[in-house]
Design a protein around this ligand. Structure first.
Ligand SMILES: NC(=O)c1ccc[n+]([C@@H]2O[C@H](COP(=O)([O-])OP(=O)(O)OC[C@H]3O[C@@H](n4cnc5c(N)ncnc54)[C@H](O)[C@@H]3O)[C@@H](O)[C@H]2O)c1
Ligand SMILES: [Zn+2]
Length: 371
């Protein structure tokens, strides 16, 4: 068992990672919080693949769990399902002292956390993330929310969970595509400030699906990075923005592909991270050698590295820039980018000249025609 504490004073909480912890969830929750009324919010895929394990574990510990099962997919992170989940929580007679469990990927986690933040002005919630992306990123840090028709994650709240339980074995039922996409967020931590981790990943990352020591190391190292940044800057006034490496580019690509299955989040930010590296090179910060190294690692791990790999890709540099302006990281019309001096050397660059971005995007698209 591996435990990391997210240090936020009286709101600190542990992230427990262990193969099989899902089967012990009931006992752990009972020991830590006593007998409570529980509602579990999940989606159809997660319930089908892993639901029985959680249900049995909770029942064995004496709980009477109520499951609320949502349709899977990004479209669920929206106003209609938010209302449904809030009403389901109220119908289950969940009070402030009770517990809400988010059991699923980032979609379920973000939506459930947001509902937990507003029902009765805030109910405690537990994250049991089931996708690699949610295990290494979205379940930690307390960002919760839904999408608006005007853009992704535009409506939300900071609401920290009181416990995160990570069972790497649940990834056995996650699709290979989503495992790969989640892995992009793992590499992100290495690229931000951990060259040693990147070197380790180059050698060991292909053992991810063994659910052995390597998989646990990948998850716990990622969570430690996230926990450190969140403890330093919970509400993203500074350092937390580093976690957006590759995301200004990536979010624009997701917006242009309609947040559809054409390009899922991790794939978009894999392409976005290579763009961030190339943009950093153009501005004189990063060497081509580092870019080639990251690119070949992504290729080895089955991640896309260029916009030309997006099915039906036909948008222009102007459209990408326009989509960047819709992103919530724009303040007073100025663009902020996370740039890098190379692997492990990310930094925040405010007030980036949009003309330079456009010039870069045009050069980057030409690259697609020659490769
Ligand atoms: N809050 C944050 O800090 C934060 C950070 C990063 C991403 N996000 C959000 O996370 C979301 C993406 O998360 P995601 O990639 O986990 O997507 P997701 O929740 O849609 O899960 C991906 C797919 O895998 C299925 N699934 C998940 N776990 C499974 C399992 N163990 N077995 C079988 N199927 C399983 C889901 O049903 C879904 O079809 C986006 O909405 C993004 O904005 C939030
Ligand atoms: Zn991300």
């Amino acid at each position: 068992m591996h435990e990391i504490i997210v240090g936020l004073d009286e709101r600190s909480y542990p992230i427990i990672t262990k193969n099989g912890v899902l089967d012990e969830a009931g006992e752990i929750i009972k020991q830590r919080f006593g007998m409570r009324r529980l509602i579990i919010i999940t989606d159809e895929n997660v319930y089908k693949g892993q639901g029985e394990r959680l249900k049995l574990s909770l029942e064995k510990a004496g709980f009477s769990p109520v499951f609320y099962i949502l349709p899977p997919g990004e479209a669920t992170k929206s106003y209609p399902y938010f209302e449904e989940v809030v009403e389901a929580i109220l119908a289950a007679k969940i009070e402030r002292k009770d517990l809400i469990i988010a059991f699923g990927g980032g979609v379920v986690g973000d939506l459930t956390g947001f509902a937990a933040s507003v029902v009765r002005r805030g109910v405690n919630f537990i994250q049991i993330p089931t996708s690699l992306l949610s295990q290494v990123d979205s379940s930690v840090g307390g960002k919760t929310g839904i999408n608006s028709p005007k853009g992704k994650n535009l409506v939300g709240a900071f609401h920290q969970p009181i416990l995160v339980l990570i069972d790497p074995t649940v990834l056995k039922t996650l699709s290979d595509r989503h495992v790969k996409a989640g892995y992009a967020e793992v590499v992100k931590y290495a690229l931000i400030n951990d060259m040693t981790f990147f070197e380790w990943l180059e050698i060991n990352a292909d053992k991810l699906s063994s659910y052995g020591e390597e998989c646990a190391h990948i998850i716990t190292t990622s969570c430690q990075h996230k926990a450190d940044i969140v403890a330093e800057d919970e509400k993203e006034h500074g350092a937390r923005a580093l976690l957006n490496l590759g995301h200004t580019f990536g979010h624009a690509l997701e917006a242009l592909t309609g947040y559809s299955e054409t390009l899922i989040h991790g794939e978009a930010i894999a392409i976005g991270m290579i763009q961030a590296l190339n943009f950093s090179k153009k501005l004189g910060y990063c060497t081509g050698q580092d870019i080639i190294r990251v690119q070949s690692h992504f290729e080895k791990m089955g991640l896309p590295t260029h916009i030309s790999s997006i099915e039906g890709y036909e948008f222009t540099a102007e459209e990408i820039l326009e989509a960047m302006y819709q992103d919530k990281k724009v303040s007073d019309g100025a663009l902020t980018f996370i740039l890098t001096k190379g692997i492990g050397g990310a930094f925040i660059q405010k007030n980036v000249d949009p003309k330079l971005v456009l010039e870069f995007l045009n050069e980057d698209m030409k690259l697609s025609q020659t490769t």
